[in-house]
Write a new protein. Structure first.
Ligand code: IMP
Length: 428
């Protein structure tokens, strides 16, 4: 019997709470696999009151006897990865087996320098608001076919040749265009060689390991980072990240055929947030947004930046359901809405006087979208200790069911607080 493949994706602009949903599924899963992005992500998982933030490691690292895969689609900053591994080792929590795809690309120090330099050259008003983790420049090298892959770190001849070619070009950019200091070859070569030695025990063929596990009937979970609206193809381009967080990215980024996928779980925050620049139709720049930020602790896990906050956008959510093929919704942070008298929920946009039900592809059109809100009755009760769906106040259940009716997708998991046990499961 084939093992089960499930994909967890962010249905909004990232930071939906994917880590905790992954964690809730943990006991049924044998392999946790990340497929795109890099250290721009920040997965927060709270276990036994202790908070863990992973940028590169899959959230499943906290489970003993599991396998965690970093797939070919990820761009890896070895310095950050080794730091996260060491922190886990120091706490005696590195009980999962880690596998890193030899085909994953490496984020080099020049990628990070270029990321920051490019952002500052763009200037105010034209910046993307990147995390500065070198993600865009690393993917540029991947697609222009000069990138250094994890497997290259293990072969000093290949590494030397690739690094020479890259540094020759990157040092020209750094010095002639951006006015930075050049990076010395010998220092970079020694650093990359040391990463190769440290990572060697983990490097393997990730696609084959997943395939073997599926043939043995094991469960595999693909963990998306960021979210649908930050996808390089389907997001609010150019205010996006440089990878494919959508569900299909999981197949490419891990080397697994699409026919093997059993379920796509869309993680949806009960309201919306966005970090960085770009359109956000339901943003509330007033006291409503401020309240969501404070109550929801909406500050970036990677950069610490305050997140922009606003109301649930069903136009964007229906779009996310379509482009990912979401078959199950995990609704997080419902507790943050407790105490609001009437909760706005965007059902359609108004664009230049016309009603628009569909999320516009063109940024120019999206920027003109004004949300039309229905207002659902709120609830005053603290729901953070509710264990079953029927423990929730009727208004909270109506909010959930409104989302189900608008998207045609069941809400199978509801987060009512940050802890592992503050999760209501409904046929999950
Ligand atoms: P980059 O991925 O660092 O290039 O940043 C591109 C855009 O994606 C910026 O607006 C970032 O704020 C956003 N971004 C990247 N990673 C995350 C994430 O994990 N959560 C939310 N936003 C992110």
């Amino acid at each position: 019997m084939k093992g089960r493949v499930e994909i967890i994706i962010g249905a909004q602009w990232g930071d939906e709470g994917k880590g905790r949903v992954v964690d809730s599924l943990g006991s049924k899963v044998d392999i946790f696999a990340r497929y795109q992005g890099g250290a721009n992500a920040g997965h927060t998982v709270i276990v036994e009151g202790k908070k863990y933030v992973f940028h590169l490691l899959p959230s499943g690292m906290l489970y003993p006897c599991k396998t965690c895969v970093i797939g070919n689609g990820v761009v890896i900053d070895p310095e950050q990865l080794l730091k996260e591994l060491k922190e886990l080792q120091d706490q005696g929590k590195d009980r999962a087996r880690l596998v890193i795809s030899a085909a994953a690309h490496v984020v080099m120090p020049y990628h990070k320098l270029l990321d920051k330099a490019q952002e500052s050259l763009r200037g105010k008003g034209r910046q993307i608001g990147t995390t500065g983790r070198g993600i865009g420049p690393a993917y540029v090298d991947k697609y222009s076919r000069c990138g250094i892959r994890v497997g290259d770190l293990l072969d000093s001849d290949v590494l030397r040749e690739k690094l020479e070619v890259n540094l020759e070009e990157k040092n020209l950019y750094l010095t002639k265009i951006y006015g930075e200091e050049p990076l010395p070859f010998h220092e970079m070569f020694a650093l990359a060689g040391s990463w190769g030695k440290a990572l060697a025990p983990y490097v393997d063929d990730a696609s084959r390991i997943i395939d073997d596990a599926l043939k043995e009937g094991r469960g595999v979970l693909f963990e998306g980072a960021q979210g649908t609206l930050l996808d390089v193809d389907h997001g609010t381009y150019p205010y996006v990240t440089s990878s494919s967080p959508v569900a299909a990215g999981g197949c490419v980024g891990l080397g697994v055929g699409p026919a093997l996928v059993d379920r796509v779980i869309g993680v949806v925050k009960a309201y919306c947030t966005r970090v960085g620049e770009g359109p956000f139709p339901t943003e509330d720049s007033g006291s409503g947004g401020e309240r969501l930020r404070e109550k929801g602790a909406e500050f970036g896990a990677t950069t610490g930046r305050p997140r922009r906050c606003g109301w649930l956008d069903l136009v964007a959510l229906r779009y996310a359901v379509r482009v990912n093929g979401i078959s199950s919704i995990a609704l997080t942070k419902l507790d943050v809405l407790s105490g609001i008298e009437r909760i706005p929920i965007c059902t359609v946009y108004d664009i230049e006087g016309e009603t628009e039900e569909h999320f516009p592809c063109a940024l120019q059109r999206l920027e003109k979208a004004t949300p039309y809100y229905e207002h659902l009755e709120g609830w005053q009760k603290d729901i953070s200790s509710c264990k079953e769906y029927h423990d929730l106040p009727v208004q909270a259940r109506k909010y959930v069911e409104y989302i189900e009716a608008a998207t045609g997708v069941p809400v199978n998991l509801i987060g009512v607080g940050p802890g592992r046990d503050q999760t209501i499961l409904r046929n999950f």
